[in-house]
Design a protein around this ligand. Structure first.
Ligand code: ADP
Ligand code: ZN
Ligand code: ZN
Length: 745
């Protein structure tokens, strides 16, 4: 028997080896092996098993198997190949994205010191210690009152080096000290599990039954679950996962945003306990590696996580759920593979003969359209659970407000302020959305008019007051605002325009000094643990006003939150991108959905300068169908998705002339084409300079009436651009291919 082995080297090319007789029984596709490779023993993965070898030379023997389990399932390997092919990315690069980094260095669980009391302590010794070494005495007192061993590092409150203290105590035979391996713990990314009695109502039951029948049939079945906010979609996921587990099958739940993890993880853990693994960006390498292996071994049957959780090596996958399937965060743009986790998930479900549920209160326009075309089966929860009503929405015209009050550039209108006051007086909670972090998004010199821009990108700096710096939200470059003067003319009269979350927070603190206010955005949650802390505190009623970016706009369920305020609904509305309207609509609708989800009725205040814009108007009416029909008509007129397939080639270089020339050369050399294909550009991108690189793009649109499954466009791109980096690229330019890009700016 022979095995094809892939090594995690740059191209992941495969090599053929012979399997030693004694290993044949335990060797599978997905097993990790040690094999001779270029005069050393290297770790690789078996990707195929063959009875004969077509390789002409001598085949070497596999040295040994590394684990007694498979680190990748055959379907997952097939998926990796599909991604490599579809997104035109070398296999090695895909594999790098899929596998946790140190999987091949064999991660060992961390060891920690623990201290435990001894039963035979002489009280006299105790007293002596009090005088001789008070710190040791304090620690000993604590240790003796605990019935379980204590983790030494947690005794930091007593001394800067608690281990030294414990060692001294051990020398005097007062405690026992030992090292123990500990599992990486991700409990702090989960609310504590609270058991809740759930009896599905009629429409929930109907939906759940259809899913169960589908799970019984063991065939690929894609669904769109369209449930209004608060209709109990999460309970449907739980019920379906339960059914799946009963059949010995596993499930993946994809979440778009780390801020959704704690609450959903808590709800899942209350039902499924330790069988649930969490997979998200705040896990460190060790946690990743450990989680991956435990999934392989079958410890975890359910994985909840961000887009890369779709690569979990679960066996017998029965169900994939994509919560808030419209979210752009499911798309990875950099590094390559530039993939969309929703499309990858659909393919994985197909390969695993699994059920897949795309769920949302505001599906993507693509899924909405695919349901009309019967490509997705439709499941509908039209009402909120338990008779809860949709919130009452008020639209505040900020221009009128400005005229009436004479105050220019108000951030919080008088109307919203009154509403907040009302809720605070009745001990209810408020959620405020301002989808921009920092203090001010624009800094302008009052004398010479210079606007502070990032030197690497073609975008304005944002002012962050807490750290007193100017920060670029695209590349992360920052400059201390020490002198607080214009870099052009030195003038001190800088004007800070617009409002980010920090400014809103400052205003709120001034206006409502008694209220407890917290801000949740990227700046307050770098540690990850803070997300759980802030959300749990809001859940427990310790916070009155929760202010945040889109992180707080979706998925969250707080019974006492009865007012949602959207500070600037127009943000992003006028971006020159075909999806900007859809995005703004979804954000407003989702944020509104956080209000009055349970028995207490809710309200929403939307502040806008564009009250007649159809996006804003339909969002304020919470009328999804109306807006989606308008948006579909626009897309159809302009041949944008879902009426076409889209690809783009991006060319970037630090030198403007060089990139502009290269873009024209590439464009001139394009061959082939067909009716129904439209080529736009080359043209500079909307954000022309990013991270020091000037960017040009060529866009390809292929009409679905001509190219129903996108194969024409794919093969056109392949003919023109496969391996083309070699042909065109000088060492300074970067060329990248994007299939189904979400954004064209
Ligand atoms: P969605 O995900 O659709 O926005 P959720 O699943 O968060 O809605 O449900 C909203 C609230 O209603 C949650 O607190 C949930 O636990 C509760 N809920 C939904 N269905 C039921 C049910 N059948 N029994 C009890 N509570 C339910
Ligand atoms: Zn100036
Ligand atoms: Zn920048």
């Amino acid at each position: 028997m022979f095995a094809e082995v892939a090594f995690p080297i740059s191209n992941f090319k495969t090599f053929t080896y012979q399997i030693p007789e004694k290993l044949i029984a335990e060797t599978h596709v997905g097993s990790r092996v040690l094999a001779p490779f270029r005069r050393q023993q290297k770790e690789g993965i078996i990707v195929n098993i063959l009875t004969s070898s077509s390789f002409k030379g001598e085949t070497k023997l596999i040295n040994k198997l590394i684990d007694n389990y498979q680190i990748v399932t055959p379907e997952l390997w097939e998926l990796i190949n599909w991604i490599s092919n579809y997104y035109m990315t070398p296999l090695g690069q895909v594999a790098k994205t899929v596998f946790p980094k140190n999987l091949s260095t064999r991660y060992k669980p961390q060891k920690l010191w623990f201290v435990e009391s001894r039963i035979d302590i002489n009280p006299l010794q105790f007293e002596k210690l009090k005088k001789r070494a008070p710190k040791q005495y304090e620690v000993l007192k604590l240790v003796t009152t605990e019935s379980r061993p204590l983790q030494v590092s947690l005794l930091k409150n007593f001394a800067s080096n608690p281990l030294q203290i414990c060692k001294s105590l051990e020398q005097d035979k007062l405690v026992k000290l030992f090292e123990k391996e500990v599992k990486p713990n991700s409990d702090h990314f989960s609310f504590s599990p609270i058991k809740k009695k759930i009896t599905l109502d009629r429409s929930q039951e109907e939906v759940a039954n259809l899913i169960k029948i589908s799970l019984d049939s063991n065939i690929y079945n894609p669904y769109l679950l369209h449930g209004v906010t608060g209709s109990g979609k999460t309970e449907i996921y739980i019920e379906s996962v339960k059914y799946c587990l009963g059949k010995g099958k596993t499930s993946i739940i994809l979440l778009p945003e780390i801020s959704l993890t704690p609450q959903i993880a808590g709800r899942f853990r209350s039902v499924f306990g330790d069988r649930v693994a969490l997979w998200h960006s705040k896990l460190n390498q060790q946690q990743r590696s450990w989680t991956w292996k435990e999934i392989c071994k079958g410890t975890f049957k359910v994985v909840i996580g961000a887009r890369s959780a779709i690569f979990s090596p679960l066996k017998d996958l029965g169900l994939v759920v994509i919560d808030e399937e419209q979210e752009a965060s499911f798309r990875q743009d950099s590094p390559s593979p530039r993939y969309h986790a929703r499309d990858v998930a659909l393919m994985r479900a197909r390969l695993s003969k699994a059920v897949i549920i795309l769920a949302s209160a505001t599906p993507s326009l693509e899924s909405y359209y695919n349901r009309q075309k019967n490509k997705l089966k439709y499941l509908h929860l039209p009402n909120r659970f338990g008779g809860a009503k949709q919130p009452k929405v008020h639209l505040v015209d900020m221009l009128k407000e400005q005229e009436e009050t004479g105050k220019f550039g108000q951030v919080i209108s008088g109307f919203l302020q009154n509403k907040i006051e009302e809720r605070l007086n009745s001990n209810e909670q408020v959620i405020l959305l301002q989808n921009r972090r920092g203090f001010s998004p624009t800094i302008k010199c009052g004398d010479c008019g210079e606007i502070a821009m990032c030197p690497n990108c073609n975008v304005t700096f944002s002012y962050h007051r807490k750290t007193n710096n100017l920060l670029c939200h695209f590349c992360g470059f920052s400059r201390l605002n020490e002198k607080q003067s214009c870099t052009e003319c030195g003038s001190k009269s800088l004007l800070y325009f617009g409002a980010g979350t920090q400014k809103v927070q400052a205003l709120l603190e001034e206006t409502f000094p008694e209220a407890s206010i917290e801000r949740l955005d990227m700046d307050t949650t770098t540690s990850g643990i803070n997300i759980t802390k802030i959300l749990a505190a809001f859940n427990n009623g310790e916070i009155d006003i929760l202010l945040g970016t889109q992180m707080i706009a979706k998925g969250l369920d707080f019974p006492n939150a009865t007012l949602v305020g959207i500070i600037n609904a127009d943000q992003g509305l006028y971006l020159p991108d075909f999806r900007s309207g859809e995005r703004v609509f979804q954000l407003i609708y989702q944020a509104s959905g956080r209000s009055g989800r349970h028995q207490k009725p809710g309200e929403v205040v939307i502040q806008t300068y564009s009250p007649d814009n159809p996006v804003i108007r339909c969002a304020a009416e919470l009328d999804m169908d109306k807006y989606y029909e308008i948006a579909l008509r626009e897309r159809e007129e302009l041949d944008y998705p879902p009426f076409s397939w889209l690809s783009k080639i991006e060319i970037a270089d630090k030198n403007y002339k060089r990139v502009s020339k290269l873009a024209s050369t590439i464009s001139r050399k394009i061959i082939g084409g067909y009716s129904g294909l439209e080529i736009l550009g080359p043209a500079p991108c909307y954000i022309e300079k990013l991270r020091g690189y000037y960017r040009f793009q060529i866009i390809f649109k292929s009409q679905k009436v001509i190219d129903p499954n996108g194969k024409k466009l794919h093969s056109f791109i392949k003919t023109n651009f496969h391996g083309f980096n070699k042909n065109y690229s000088n060492s300074q330019s970067r060329i990248s291919i994007h299939f189904d890009p979400l954004s064209l700016i």
